[in-house]
Design a protein around this ligand. Structure first.
Ligand code: ADP
Ligand code: MG
Length: 233
């Protein structure tokens, strides 16, 4: 089996007023299909920068990133858009839903970008909302539902292109413990169906749902090991 994700000596520098600031110093990382890793590490250690590169939301300064065997830097914009829809889904701490659109429209958005016809968009978005337990809420706007439900809708949006990989950057960061556990049960269940999962979290309790733990410090991957006492929903 090939790797879903593979990075070779990935670096990232930001241009700042004070000059170039390197925040990833050469990260080698690989993930096979079906894996579920939790990325932990202090604030500012480069976790989000790394996730944004994995999610093709940002590009590395140097090094190689392969997504399902293909070098992302070599893809055309059209190829990249197609991969974004069908290979990966991204879940953010703040849900990032459009406030004026209902949940159905939010979940259907990636399909709109992919020019899927309206009737099919609606049908597939409704199916995904049902999969995350939000079937009856499709015509509510984000502000009319709870934080946990908003995150479920964001997960449905990440799933709508049937990706092989879900990237979640602190998805439970704004949620109470019980709601966090519900979201982790949902994400663990997706991994059980074969979806590869990368999750960033500060919480050891949340990380313990994962099969593997990847630790960052000061822009470097400093530890990568199996989770021994894995928590199951
Ligand atoms: P984490 O997610 O682990 O908290 P980040 O990846 O967000 O860390 O940030 C890593 C470092 O990069 C931090 O020092 C942060 O201040 C810096 N950084 C992140 N984004 C930018 C940016 N757009 N411009 C300049 N510096 C940035
Ligand atoms: Mg972060």
């Amino acid at each position: 089996m090939g790797y879903v994700i593979q990075t070779e000596h990935l670096t990232k520098s930001y241009h700042t007023g004070a000059g170039d600031l390197e925040v990833l110093h050469g990260v080698d990382f690989a993930l096979e299909e079906g894996e579920f890793t939790a990325i932990m590490g202090p604030s500012g250690s480069g976790k989000s920068t790394f996730m944004n590169i994995l999610g093709c939301l940002d590009s590395p300064t140097s090094g190689v990133y392969r997504l399902l065997g293909e070098e992302v830097e070599k893809l055309s914009p059209d190829q990249l858009a197609e991969r974004r829809l069908h290979y990966l889904g991204f879940v953010f701490q703040g849900y990032n839903l459009l406030p004026r659109a209902d949940l159905l429209e939010n979940v259907a958005l990636p399909l709109l970008y992919a020019k899927v016809p309206a009737a099919q968009r609606k049908k597939e978005a409704q199916e995904m909302l049902e999969r995350v337990g939000l079937g009856p809420w499709s015509h509510h706007r984000p502000a009319q539902v709870s934080g946990g439900q908003q995150q479920r809708a964001a997960i449905a949006r990440a799933l709508v292109g049937h990706p092989s990989l879900i990237l979640a950057d602190e998805p439970t960061g704004n949620l109470d413990t019980q709601t966090s556990d519900e979201i982790m049960a949902l994400l663990s269940g997706l991994n059980d169906t074969g979806i590869t999962l990368v999750l960033v979290t500060h919480e050891p309790d949340v990380a313990s749902y994962a099969k593997r733990l990847t630790r960052f410090r000061d822009g470097l991957l400093v530890e990568d090991c199996p989770v021994t006492d894995r928590r199951r929903p």
